[in-house]
Design a protein around this ligand. Structure first.
Ligand code: ADE
Ligand code: ZN
Length: 319
């Protein structure tokens, strides 16, 4: 499973920071972050909202463009070890200079340079999806969209939204998504992870996204499942994340049912060290629970490659 070529569409850059990396930076900078770690050294949180708090606390040690460059290198090399040949990482101007466009450009340059090095040294390709954070509200999302619009191009190819799906409605963020769309960026948003089917419908109707982050709770609404299948709306499914956060168990996870009904599903890790997962781990669990063989995983990787927010030549090379 480890060597199978994998295409990952849903990975939060800060959320992929290994605890050892964060502890190392904290020591260098004299930060006391001991409260966010359990005795075994892993991140410690209880439930989704505490996860978001610990996640944001961990980002406090990521202060300079150089820190983000080092993080990008670490994350991409780890992904490549698990056979990932292409990854789309959510990048957050909120944590990179507080949504100031000038500062953001410097962070982005460091991330992009590290991505180029990783392509040369580990053979992994990366694109950035700029992400606003839902619980920070629509005004900050507009500033984030401005950062995204100003840096849209070959590397920054998408715009999205993560954070607490319980806060506000998808449509509150329409201005930010419209701005991103007008600058040529492709769109996705977290929906149907904590929110039910209506959150997914709102994402499609009010934000006009072409992919959905998670989307798994569509399974509660057969008409919505049909719509996703008919319209070819790709779901960035992160089973290990859902299991770790207590939304499903491996056996009850709907990824196989959605796929059987014709919904284009893909597989990602979301925030791997927080959820004790890797792409290989995701594949192994799914192969065990659903009896999926290599052919299924190759097919899913092709679905992901076709849905990737990159240029045609890069996409074709992945297939
Ligand atoms: N940000 C990082 N991981 C997330 C998740 N699983 N859901 C929403 N926002 C996130
Ligand atoms: Zn996510």
């Amino acid at each position: 499973m480890k060597d199978l070529p994998k295409v990952e569409l849903h990975l939060h850059l800060e959320g992929a920071a290994p605890p050892s990396f964060v502890r190392g930076l904290a020591a260098e900078k004299g930060h006391d972050l001991s409260g966010i770690f359990a005795e075994d050294g892993s991140y410690r949180y209880n439930g989704f909202l505490e996860f978001l708090k610990v996640y944001e606390a961990a980002t406090e040690v990521l202060q300079t463009p150089e820190d983000f460059g080092r993080l990008t290198k670490e994350v991409l090399h780890r992904s490549a070890e698990h056979g990932v040949i292409y990854t789309e990482a959510f990048l957050s101007p909120d944590f990179c200079g507080g949504r100031d466009v000038g500062a953001w450009r410097e962070y982005l340059a460091a991330i992009q340079e590290a991505a180029q090095d990783a392509k040369r040294d580990a053979g992994i390709e990366m694109r950035g999806i700029i992400t606003c954070i839902r619980h920070f509200g629509p005004d900050k999302a507009k500033e984030t969209a401005r950062c995204a619009a100003e840096t849209a191009g070959d590397f920054v190819t998408g715009f999205g939204m993560g954070g607490d799906e319980g806060k506000g409605r998808q449509g509150d963020f329409a201005y930010a998504f419209d701005m991103a769309r007008e600058s040529g960026l492709r769109l996705t948003t977290h929906a149907g992870e904590w929110g039910g089917p209506q959150s997914i419908r709102d994402a499609l109707d009010d934000l006009r996204v072409e992919r959905i982050g998670h989307g798994v709770r569509a399974i509660e609404d057969p008409a919505l499942v049909d719509r996703l299948a008919e319209d070819g709306i790709v779901l960035e499914v992160c089973p290990g994340s859902n299991v770790s956060l207590g939304i499903y168990q491996w056996k009850s996870h709907p990824i196989a049912k959605l796929r059987d009904k014709g919904v284009p599903v893909t597989i990602s890790t979301d925030d791997p060290p927080f959820f004790h997962t890797t792409m290989t781990g995701e594949y192994e669990h799914l192969s065990h629970v659903h009896d999926w063989d290599e052919g299924v995983f190759r097919d899913i990787a092709r679905v992901a490659a076709r849905a990737a927010f990159c240029d045609e030549a890069t996409r074709t090379a992945l297939l």
